[in-house]
Ligand binder design. Structure first.
Ligand code: MF3
Ligand code: CO
Ligand code: CO
Length: 248
């Protein structure tokens, strides 16, 4: 097992998938509102994928039963869409991964349902900044764990914790490949980044404990203390002069 470096033409294929993911996330922004169920979001996303001529990477993945993941409030990740209605003040992560012409694009964002409390909005904003600051440092020759270092440093400085149990991942013709991209870590440790690496960064940041709990459905991951969690994700490529975000 090792890291599969991608050619510029292969990176373009991931980007083609990533652009579709971005468009679906944009469309979801229009329909997320109080009273909508996450199942309705899943149905909408499934239709949209069909219209774009792509397939969901999550539907049937190790038995996952839906086209997207919907993770509300204290759900950290891998939430299964259901018939519960979103309510004003919720925060929700929607994670979309599609396969287009055999290549994967993977991205997730947070959405507000109505107007969340200031403390909820702050968590969402700081988590987005964790991702943005991590992406900013990427270029060939830096250590992989500097990504996690930047995220952990910024999250903890702001009083939050970083989830340890789930991480970012290499991506390409496979959904999850090497390397594992940790969202915490020691500066200047780990492998050196090389041109042609493609992976996701997807920090999960908690208001309280970083400890997680897996629900009985064997998918839904929640915070052990049931306090809020937020996540943002992009797929990126390490390129000659730095980094390219493939899900914009
Ligand atoms: N999209 C998620 C990720 O970022 C993985 C979801 S796997 C699923 O890696 F099966 F839960 F959908
Ligand atoms: Co994802
Ligand atoms: Co991912």
């Amino acid at each position: 097992m090792s890291i599969i470096l991608k050619t510029p033409a292969q990176i373009q294929k991931i980007k083609d998938a990533g652009i579709v993911v971005k468009k679906i996330l944009d469309q979801l922004d229009e329909i997320i509102a109080p009273g909508v169920t996450t199942k309705e979001l899943d149905d909408f996303a499934a239709r949209s994928m069909q219209n774009f001529g792509v397939i969901s990477a999550t539907l049937g993945y190790r038995g996952f039963p839906a086209s997207i993941c919907t993770s509300v409030n204290h759900v950290i990740c891998h939430g299964i869409p259901n018939n519960k209605r979103l309510k004003a003040g919720d925060i929700i992560n929607v994670d979309v991964t599609v396969i287009k012409n055999g290549w994967h694009g993977d991205s997730s964002r947070m959405y507000y349902v109505g107007e969340p409390a200031p403390h909820s909005k702050r968590l969402v904003k700081i988590t987005k900044e964790c991702l943005d600051y991590a992406i900013e440092i990427i270029k060939p020759g830096i250590h992989l764990n500097n990504i996690g270092y930047v995220i952990q440093n910024y999250a903890e400085k702001n009083g939050y914790s970083v989830v340890r149990d789930y991480c970012g991942h290499g991506i390409g013709e496979s959904f999850h490949e090497e390397p594992q991209v940790l969202h915490y870590g020691k500066k200047d440790t780990g492998m050196l980044l090389e041109e042609g690496m493609t992976f996701t960064i997807e920090p999960m940041i908690n208001m309280g404990t970083e400890k997680t709990k897996l629900l009985a459905d064997q998918w839904t991951v929640v915070t052990k203390d049931r306090r809020l969690s937020a996540q943002w994700e992009h797929t990126i490529a390490v390129v000659k002069d730095g980094v390219e975000i493939l899900t914009l």
